[in-house]
Design a protein around this ligand. Structure first.
Ligand SMILES: Cc1cc2nc3c(=O)[nH]c(=O)nc-3n(C[C@H](O)[C@H](O)[C@H](O)COP(=O)(O)O)c2cc1C
Length: 387
């Protein structure tokens, strides 16, 4: 760290089979160096290696291999990886079978704990995938937590285009063949590499890293930000409401069951409020931010997600909205008549918004000052960055 507390030394670790991760690492490394950071970039080389071409059957085998959460040993890394102390670590790698690819799994579990990091070191995860990155992120979070590290920010870069052509294009690239009906379908096939928008996201991530504000600049995949009307509400179709409610109806009972069975099957839920906290943190926050097209990872992002969630039932207005601090005052809640303030604070809304903060930015904090359920005129909900 320099005297202003800004990161100066970054370790960029990547694994890439078909080249997207390598391209990302190249852009990130260049940008970070240009802005004065010292960068050590390391390509993970599995031992024995995975090599192209990979035909369809072998892809299935590798998918199963990745999907079992297996690591693949690596060739030894350059000595400076262990000698230097880093302020930022970036892990770039593809999803295989909904998991980090085996070389990254091995790195995160076996090698990362032996790397020297400064006390305030940030860890950034960049995922390349066809479509499915949430489980990958969740698992990396778990692996990093074993070394006492948290994911400070992440970027998930899906392949361009739509299915099934996207799937065919990836499979063909792995087999190093032309995709089927390439000539006939022409431009309908999506380009293989990174889109302009994704390159923009990588640049934003790099500037966030050099400014010491990683959380601010990361995003999942494309899409414009949705309009928030009059600081009050989003337009949400009935179908969208139904899918959200259906997911809650399916996931929350499952989490309650896992909580009850915590003596038999270990879970990170320790208190009843953790059910809600975990649900929002691991299952809902990212889906909502992606749906809203929210790029930032700040107080405003949390407020937008809260407004979306509460649009289903409550009425309220945002009275303060900056990236550092946001306030929303809610005048009507259908549950206020029969819930106690303690229930809202400890089981429902308190843990839910703490989970939202944890998902968005470790520096974000939730404060709930007044409660409709406690007899106040309004519920006042605040999100604030700690620094
Ligand atoms: C063996 C294998 C398994 C894969 N499994 C998944 C998966 O479960 N989910 C997904 O979204 N993409 C999956 N993919 C697609 C890759 O994650 C994606 O193509 C990624 O961009 C490749 O990055 P790279 O070019 O850096 O290797 C898989 C690819 C391979 C080779």
């Amino acid at each position: 760290m320099d005297e202003k507390g800004i990161a100066v030394k970054a370790l960029v670790v990547y694994y890439s089979l078909t080249g997207r991760g390598e391209e990302i690492a190249g852009i990130l490394e260049g940008e970070l160096r240009e802005s004065g950071m010292e960068v050590t970039a390391v390509a993970l080389e599995p031992d024995p290696p995975f090599a192209l071409p990979v035909k369809f059957l072998k892809t299935l085998m590798l998918t199963a291999y990745g999907g079992m959460g297996m690591g693949r040993k690596l060739k030894s890394l350059p000595p400076e990886v262990y000698e230097d102390e880093y302020d930022t670590v970036v892990l770039i790698g593809p999803s295989w079978g909904f998991h980090p690819a085996p070389p990254m799994t091995y790195f995160a579990r076996e090698i990362l704990p032996g790397i020297r990091l400064s006390a305030t070191a940030k860890t950034v995860v960049v995922i390349t995938c066809r479509r499915y990155w949430r489980r990958h992120l969740k698992l990396l979070r778990e692996y990093l937590a074993r070394s006492g590290l948290k994911v400070s920010g992440y970027l998930a870069l899906e392949h361009q285009g739509r299915e099934p052509l996207r799937f065919l294009a990836i499979t063909a690239r792995l087999a190093q063949k032309e995709p089927p009906l390439r000539r006939q379908l022409g431009r309908l096939y999506p380009p293989f590499g990174l889109s302009e928008e994704q390159v923009g996201c990588i640049h934003a991530l790099a500037s966030g890293m050099t400014e010491g504000n990683i959380g601010r600049s990361v995003r999942a995949s494309g899409g414009k930000e949705r309009r928030l009307y009059d600081n009050q509400a989003y337009l949400i179709s009935t179908q969208e409401k139904m899918t959200l409610l259906a997911r809650r109806l399916a996931t929350i009972p499952y989490l309650i069951l896992r909580y009850w069975l915590r003596g038999l099957i270990p879970t990170d839920m320790k208190e009843p409020g953790d059910i809600m906290r975990k649900y929002i943190r691991d299952y809902e926050a990212e889906i909502i931010l992606e749906r809203l097209g929210v790029v930032e990872r700040d107080a405003a992002a949390a407020m937008k997600a809260l407004t979306y969630m509460h649009n289903l039932t409550t009425k309220g207005e945002i009275t303060e909205m900056t990236s550092h601090r946001c306030v929303r005052r809610e005048s009507h809640c259908p549950a206020a008549g029969f819930l106690t303030q303690g229930f809202c604070r400890d089981i429902l809304s308190g843990p839910a918004f703490r989970g939202l903060c944890e998902a968005i930015n470790p520096d974000l904090e939730h404060i709930h000052t007044t409660y409709l359920s406690g007899g106040d005129d309004v519920c006042e909900l605040i999100f604030e960055m700690r620094r």
